[in-house]
Design a protein around this ligand. Sequence first.
Ligand SMILES: NC(=O)c1ccc[n+]([C@@H]2O[C@H](COP(=O)([O-])OP(=O)(O)OC[C@H]3O[C@@H](n4cnc5c(N)ncnc54)[C@H](OP(=O)(O)O)[C@@H]3O)[C@@H](O)[C@H]2O)c1
Length: 289
Amino acid sequence: MNLVVGATGFLGSDICRLLIQQGQPVRALVRTTSDPAKKEALQSLGIELIVGDLKDPASLAAACQGVGAVISTASVTISRQPDDSIQAVDLDGQLNLIEAAKNAHVARFIYVSYSGNIDVDCPLKTAKRTVEQAVKESGMTYTILRPSSFMEVWLSPIVGFDAANANVTVYGAGQNKISWISLHDVAQFAVASLTNSAAQNVVLELGGPEALSPLEVIKIFEAASGKTFTVQYVPAEALQSQLDAATDPIQQSFAALMLAVTQGDEIDMTATLQSFPLRLTSVEEFARR
Ligand SMILES: NC(=O)c1ccc[n+]([C@@H]2O[C@H](COP(=O)([O-])OP(=O)(O)OC[C@H]3O[C@@H](n4cnc5c(N)ncnc54)[C@H](OP(=O)(O)O)[C@@H]3O)[C@@H](O)[C@H]2O)c1
């Protein structure tokens, strides 16, 4: 049995779908507060739902019973309830999950972190790197996935990239290259990690097929849509001031992530693709969808 934690999220739901396509059994941790439509969608795929919360260790002990592998994508960055916080969920909650998995003799643990190039200090970075270390020390066979920026999030209106209206916000000067990756490709790596021996006890930095600056990305979208985009710039200095002034850990982490985007995030996938022969989605393909 494979337990997916974060199963109602963008990435977790894609991982669930891929596992089912491969005929693998899936148990999804969902919350009483999770979107009912997302829970129904999981159930209609034949997925076993179990109610739990990363803040509730007893629920995690129950969820891990009879499980061979845990894949955890959960985070409060986008989807959170009033009592969720980075400390309680991304840090303590993920540590609760590792403990529960160890106690239930789970063999494999796959943890979705973020790119090693994202190095601006913030509560989310502390949580991600602390959990990575705990996964490594857990005694379970582990894979730590460190993806770069998801196309579906960072090239979407969520962060001001409104391609439909040809209006985008660029963080920084827009000239540093990023290895944008489709979250569907991250899902493929997560699922492949269950069986690929090259995924055992490793940290995998994950990027798309090419590193492109935000300004290059805009040109690709302009060519795909035939429209000229209006571009607003948020200077890196403004993001640094936002980070310095923020007192809420979520606001600090958002400012830090946007500041990290200004610095670029290039990941060379040549060696990784030799062990994981997956075809990666390009920004151009994404723009034409
Ligand atoms: N976006 C990017 O560019 C990017 C880049 C690199 C890495 N990542 C990482 O990729 C991962 C997946 O991202 P995503 O876009 O799929 O996130 P998402 O759509 O926001 O999904 C988050 C998931 O976490 C669950 N969750 C939140 N709090 C929880 C709690 N207390 N207990 C149990 N589950 C809880 C949510 O459940 P509910 O539905 O019940 O709220 C949801 O299923 C994250 O760890 C993120 O840091 C993202």
